[in-house]
Write a protein that binds this ligand. Structure first.
Ligand code: DQA
Length: 162
């Protein structure tokens, strides 16, 4: 840095791409909650694997789980202009929340919808996602691997996939 704070050599200091993972209600119980549907991996294990993959690709990854819709919406608002890609498992809110959908749109950040289970093999009320229409893509049905595949999609979108 020069004393004026500008980067030396005329190059713009470019921060690492920032990926945000948002997990909705009840996903804090992963590992013990309906493991036949959602697997035995804990959320901490999933997040650690995602963080390591993102770091290896040259990105920063932050994960947040909340059981409160407003917390997820507030985080999406704060992400505007700060985050480059979002992986979103809205959990039950996927099927009900106009407000979460609106916040994804307001964020203006490309978002991948993620589900551990194949929601289309399940109850009728899970066949509707209010999020799919505002996400760049959907990955559903691969357990913890769904998040990894979604991260690969994000890295591809950020041109970090090698
Ligand atoms: C889920 C599917 C939702 O229908 C459900 O409410 C969840 C988890 C999934 O990851 O498979 O909580 O999003």
């Amino acid at each position: 840095m020069t004393r004026s704070g500008a980067p030396r050599g005329g190059r713009t200091a470019r921060r690492k791409p920032h990926i945000l993972v948002l997990h909705g209600p009840n996903l804090n119980l992963l590992g013990t909650r309906e493991p036949e549907l959602y697997g035995r991996r804990t959320l901490a294990e999933i997040d650690a694997a995602l963080r390591a993959r993102a770091r290896a690709a040259g990105a920063e990854l932050e994960a947040l789980q909340s059981n409160h819709e407003g917390v997820l919406i507030d985080r999406l608002h704060a992400a505007r202009g700060q985050v480059d890609f979002i992986l979103l498992n809205g959990a039950g809110l996927t099927h009900t929340s106009v407000a979460l959908r609106d916040a994804v749109v307001a964020s203006e950040i490309p978002t991948v919808e993620v589900h551990l289970s194949n929601v289309h093999q399940r109850e009728d009320f899970r066949q509707t996602s209010l999020l799919s229409g505002v996400c760049v893509g959907i990955i559903s049905g691969f357990g913890a691997l769904s998040y990894v595949l979604a991260l690969e999609a994000a890295l591809d979108g950020l041109e970090l996939r090698r």
